[in-house]
Design a protein around this ligand. Structure first.
Ligand SMILES: NC(=O)c1ccc[n+]([C@@H]2O[C@H](COP(=O)([O-])OP(=O)(O)OC[C@H]3O[C@@H](n4cnc5c(N)ncnc54)[C@H](OP(=O)(O)O)[C@@H]3O)[C@@H](O)[C@H]2O)c1
Length: 276
């Protein structure tokens, strides 16, 4: 698979695998299938309560640790320095790994106002070798600007909700201007009505792909990194099979016009939403 090269040298495959709601033995089976189907970047979080299942899938796949990239995320209730370091150690313990390739702050939680402290903790954990690269999720320009002003290091990645109904043009522009890779969560809009959108269906037929593949290709051509989740092995394979066609400029623009002001899958605006 093609890679993105981040500002700190980390190389990430252009498509990753989302693991939210893949728990227990069923989750381990789905993730092992994903690894067998060619995924090399797994996205988990402390709050998904499946870091143990992620570790089990890695071991079951028989792949070497260095061949796989694992991302996890720090929940807001542990943003105080000592809690943050302890939580990263606990995350590692749950996976059975001795380092994460990437660790992210899960939400900015602006009212709580502890994300700068949590970010400092990630910088420290990186120095101690617990984490290779550090980033954030759901950060708005004002949150990113504050990290740049108040700390010695900026995130290399910002993971945000992104799909045709919520294409995040201005946040993408900000990320790109600051050399931050945009990673897309719910890249298929959680399989909502969006997958039945007539414009997307028409374009998918034109390119002889399914709607999921059309959307993932559009996200790649935006220069972003989608992390689709699927428990279905045939969909897992299909979602990776998007590197041999190109959406033309006019059709890219048409998909971009599907954006809606209220296009989020959930009511989680990071300016006000807080998650612990
Ligand atoms: N940082 C954050 O705050 C945050 C928030 C949400 C999510 N995430 C991450 O982003 C990942 C992906 O987002 P998501 O899980 O919310 O949603 P998603 O990947 O947009 O959608 C997953 C849904 O789409 C279905 N699906 C997968 N491929 C399909 C295809 N080709 N055609 C039709 N349906 C298809 C899956 O069904 P089956 O499984 O039945 O195949 C599942 O129901 C998560 O798993 C998680 O790792 C991060």
């Amino acid at each position: 698979m093609e890679n993105y090269r981040l500002r700190d040298g980390l190389q990430l495959p252009k498509i990753g695998f989302g693991t939210y709601q893949l728990n227990g033995n069923v989750g381990v089976n789905a993730m092992t299938a994903a690894l067998n189907n060619g995924y090399r970047l797994l996205d988990t979080a402390y709050n998904y309560e499946n870091e143990g299942a992620v570790g089990a899938a890695l071991r079951r796949s028989g792949l070497n640790r260095q061949e796989i990239l694992v991302t996890s995320k720090l929940p807001g209730r542990y943003y105080q320095t000592d809690d943050a370091i302890k939580t990263i150690q606990e995350s590692l313990y749950r996976t059975g790994l001795d380092y994460f390739d990437l660790y992210l702050l899960h939400w900015p939680n602006p009212k709580q106002d502890q994300y700068v402290e949590a970010w400092q903790a990630l910088i420290t954990a990186k120095k101690f070798g617990l984490i290779r690269s550090i980033g954030v999720c759901n950060f708005l320009p004002e949150h990113l600007a504050r990290l740049a002003q108040e700390t010695s290091e900026s995130p290399v990645i910002n993971q945000i909700e992104l799909h045709p109904y919520f294409n995040q043009q201005s946040q993408r522009d900000y990320d790109q201007a600051h050399d931050i890779l945009t990673e897309d969560w719910s890249p298929l809009g959680r399989a909502s009505v969006m997958l039945k959108d007539p414009v997307l269906q028409q374009l998918a037929a034109k390119y002889q792909r399914n709607v999921g593949q059309l959307i993932l290709r559009w996200e790649l051509q935006l220069g972003t990194l989608p992390i689709p989740k699927s428990a279905t092995p045939s969909r897992q394979r299909g979602n990776l099979d998007v590197f041999d066609f190109e959406i033309d400029a006019a059709d890219m623009a048409t998909i971009t016009t599907l954006n809606r002001a209220d296009g989020r899958t959930t009511q989680q605006d990071p300016a006000t939403y807080e998650e612990f």
